[in-house]
Design a binder for this molecule. Structure first.
Ligand code: SF4
Length: 441
């Protein structure tokens, strides 16, 4: 059984409220942290090995150490709660059921970074959650954990919740900052990075909800102890939101030492494939990361078991591996049509492209149209190579990672399931009534 750090108290009735959270050890980490110096907290976060839980996996302590500190210029912490990646809903769970864990993590992080005004930018579709967060903020303030002169330390901190307008692109940190400033959510060219010029051109750290919540157990147990959980550079625990053709969809906390097979089939987690069907493929890190067929999902190219951690999932690179990403674990059974699935994703990225870069703006729409044609049985063999060519021309040639996110699913689908694309083209009449999964798998 995986060790629980973030969700250890999630089962307690009323844990959403300050009184219950406090009775169960809440804000003790904040009390401890406020007796430390900001540099000591930074060292704990660095020692923990915590990697950003939003998708990129960049070391959080290192990110914090890049924060510029010009004299007299305010700094900000911005929590990225714009969780819009298809298949990803673990931050929603944290904010809905454990809002004080996030607020406590923000207090500690704000103190460490010197942010007197911090923000939570939350996706518009999570319409009921801002009220929960704002209630938690008020409770924390009333108890002296936010506001002026917190616990008599002289440190002031306010937290504000900003609702997004429902655009996926605002999950990209610079688009988020633009939106937070009241502008259209267009990604910025980097450099300068937010650590130097972020919100209102002030030094800013943008971190995912789960990353900031993880600061609480790091302070509780120390960074050194946190780093002993997990394996290699995949330290601590990770929340996984599991969905698709499984018996037990939901949010699970794992310690990154379990195998993918155990995660999918054990009763503790996904409980196996629905209706006893066979596993066809999986996207383990949200829709942007490469899809992996079952044979490469359960074992690496070297025949080793594949583990639920950053290194093992990426084993073999993009040709055979994938990424931990956001932890949005999407399972596809034998009946799922890969062409249809890829087309649905292409439509999503085309719809969400902000339109600034030509390869992304034009390429995502072009890929969607070709995939739609193939799925309807109206494609030609050369369309597969054209698709490959388009995704190659998008990848790495855009302002923000949405371009890559749109290209990788198409590349991986062709790489691993080319025969399925060809089947649709060779069997136009069958293509409209059944799918390759039913016919061949
Ligand atoms: Fe906009 Fe796409 Fe360019 Fe990102 S890659 S800036 S979403 S056009």
């Amino acid at each position: 059984m995986s060790k629980k750090l973030l969700l250890k108290n999630a089962h307690i009735e009323g844990i959403r409220y300050f009184e219950t959270y406090r009775k169960n050890g809440g804000y003790e980490a904040a009390e401890k942290a406020l007796k430390m110096t900001p540099d000591e907290i930074l060292e704990e976060v660095k020692a923990s090995g915590l990697r950003g839980r939003g998708g990129a996996g960049f070391p959080t302590g290192m990110k914090w150490s890049f924060l510029a500190k010009p004299e007299g210029v305010p700094r900000h912490l911005v929590v990225n709660a714009d969780e819009s990646e298809p298949g990803t809903f673990k931050d929603r769970y944290l904010m809905e059921f454990l809002p004080h864990l996030l607020i406590e993590g923000m207090l500690i992080s704000s103190y460490c970074l010197g942010s007197n005004v911090s923000y939570i930018y939350i996706r518009g579709e999570y319409s009921w959650i801002p009220d929960i967060l704002e209630e938690a903020i008020e409770e924390a303030k009333a108890a002296g954990f936010l506001g002026k002169n917190i616990l008599g330390t002289g440190f002031d901190c306010e937290i504000y919740v900003q609702r997004g307008g429902g655009a996926y692109i605002c999950g990209e940190e610079t688009a988020l900052l633009e939106s937070l400033e009241g502008k259209r959510g267009n990604p910025r060219l980097k450099p300068p990075f937010p650590a130097v010029k972020g919100l209102w051109e002030r030094p800013t750290v943008v971190n995912n909800v789960e990353s900031i919540a993880a600061v609480v157990p790091i302070i509780e147990i120390t960074g050194a102890e946190y780093s002993k959980i997990g394996v290699g550079r995949s330290t601590g625990t990770k929340l996984i939101s599991a969905c698709g053709n499984i018996n037990k969809p939901g949010v699970y906390e794992i310690d990154m030492t379990i195998t993918v097979e155990e995660f999918i089939y054990s009763e503790e987690y996904c409980g196996g494939i629905k209706d006893g069907k066979r596993l066809k493929a999986c996207i383990p890190g949200g829709s942007s990361v490469p899809i992996v067929p079952a044979n490469l999902l359960l074992k690496t190219v070297n025949g080793e078991p594949r583990y639920m951690n950053y290194e093992s999932l990426a084993d073999g690179g993009f040709a055979t591996g994938t990424m931990m990403g956001s932890g949005g674990f999407i399972v596809l059974d034998e009946d799922q049509c890969i062409v249809e699935h890829t087309m649905t994703l292409a439509r999503f990225y085309n719809h969400e492209s902000c339109g600034q870069c030509t390869p992304c703006r034009e390429g995502t729409g072009w890929m969607y149209k070709i995939l739609k044609k193939i799925e309807k049985g109206e494609g030609k063999m050369e369309d597969i190579d054209l698709l490959w060519d388009i995704q190659r021309k998008i990848e790495g040639n855009t302002i923000c990672p949405l371009g890559d996110a749109a290209a990788w699913p198409v590349a991986a689908a062709i790489r691993h399931f080319r025969d399925e694309f060809e089947w649709h083209i060779k069997n136009p009449e069958l293509s409209q009534t059944q799918n390759y999964g039913l016919a061949h798998y």
